[in-house]
Design a protein. Structure first.
Length: 366
């Protein structure tokens, strides 16, 4: 396998084969050292990020866009810097591209902040401005902070950010609240500013996954959160899995031989880091866009009562991302229809349609 282990071997190393795991919630709780070390096992992701940063720097120079820092420096911010994987890649890309940058690393986790300070002194030559603060409340870079002065907020002399880099994408794209966390960065970016990544899209597809569906860990996780196991999105690596459709989206056709039970929905994402540079967990594009990438498993949205999906039937998936300004949660339901029978819009047999499942009680807190 060489240096880059396969995703399957990676899953075996961490005992994730057909075993549900709780999704991360870094917006409301501090990640452990274990989590950061797992992230660092994925060179593919960081290689792609480095390519995106390097191309952004090349395009910036070719387009002769303004630079917000002193002495012609680009102001680059790593939002949610963790243990500094993206910081290292940003410095490397800037050096190889001969682009002077002013780099800020923002991290709310005090334990990770200590690691960033150590790396700044040991590996980065002290050139990184390390700030221990939540990116949702950070007010932006300032020349007085850059000079190490402790003064009042009103005199900080703030200026725009040129490039913000983040790796806040969750297993399903936005389930770790990336949009909400980065929303505060909009006023911090200059009119010419860019974000890496620049966009991402979530995908769902109906699956048969009996081993994952009945795994006792699912009940254990649900009991800890005092929620129904059928309204708790989890993640994991699926070895015993059958895809029940040709395509992913809101409507899909069950493929030949797809007779069986639909136990739930598998969730994936595709992400454009920078035009022409993408990463993906979508099985249809994974091998093309980011082969051997290890950082994300598959999201799973269970159904309380599995639906029978016969060959040639039509499966209609409905999903909503809800919020009440204090938390974010998902709701989902699935219908199975016979495309040869007309007038199947409601009313429809309850045996061919699930209720609306809601993860409100296991919501992601803002």
């Amino acid at each position: 396998m060489g240096v880059r282990a396969t995703l399957e071997q990676y899953a075996r190393d961490y005992d994730k084969i057909d075993k549900p795991a709780r999704t991360l919630t870094p917006a409301t709780e501090y990640l452990r050292s274990y989590n950061y070390k797992v992230f660092e096992r994925d060179p593919v992701k960081y290689d792609l990020y480095e390519q995106a940063i390097r191309q952004a720097l090349v395009d910036w120079a070719e387009q002769q866009k303004p630079r917000s820092g002193d002495e012609g420096r680009l102001v680059v911010v790593v939002a949610g810097a963790g243990y500094g994987g993206l910081v290292t890649r940003a410095l490397k890309a800037a050096k190889e591209n001969h682009t002077p940058i002013e780099l800020w690393a923002i991290e709310r986790n005090p334990n990770a902040h200590v690691v960033l300070q150590q790396k700044n002194a040991r590996d980065w030559g002290g050139v990184v401005q390390v700030v221990c603060e939540d990116i949702r409340s950070w007010k932006g870079p300032s020349r007085r902070q850059l000079q190490g002065e402790m003064i009042g907020e009103e005199s900080l002399g703030r200026y725009p950010v040129d490039i913000v880099i983040s790796e806040l994408i969750g297993t399903f794209g936005d389930n770790e609240l990336s949009p909400e966390c980065l929303d505060g960065f909009i006023p911090l970016l200059g009119p010419w500013g860019i974000s890496i990544p620049c966009s991402y899209t979530s995908f769902v597809t109906p699956i048969a996954a009996p081993k994952f569906y009945i795994h006792p860990t699912l009940q254990t996780l649900a009991a800890k959160g005092t929620v129904s196991q059928y309204e708790l999105p989890t993640c994991g690596y699926f070895e015993s899995l059958d895809y029940l459709s040709f395509k992913q989206g809101s409507t899909s056709a069950a493929g030949p031989g797809a007779l069986g039970a639909c136990h739930g929905l598998a969730g994936y994402f595709e992400c454009i880091l920078y035009p022409g540079i993408e990463l993906s967990t979508n099985p249809n594009t994974y091998e093309v866009k980011s082969p051997d990438m290890l950082s994300w498993f598959t999201m799973f949205f269970p159904l309380e009562i599995p639906l029978n999906a016969e060959s040639g039937s039509e499966m209609v998936v409905r999903m909503w991302r809800q919020t009440d300004n204090t938390k974010v949660w998902y709701e989902w339901m699935v219908e199975v229809r016979d495309p040869t029978v007309a007038e199947q819009r409601p009313p429809i047999s309850s045996a061919a349609r699930t209720r609306i499942h809601s993860s409100c009680k296991a919501a992601y807190r803002l």
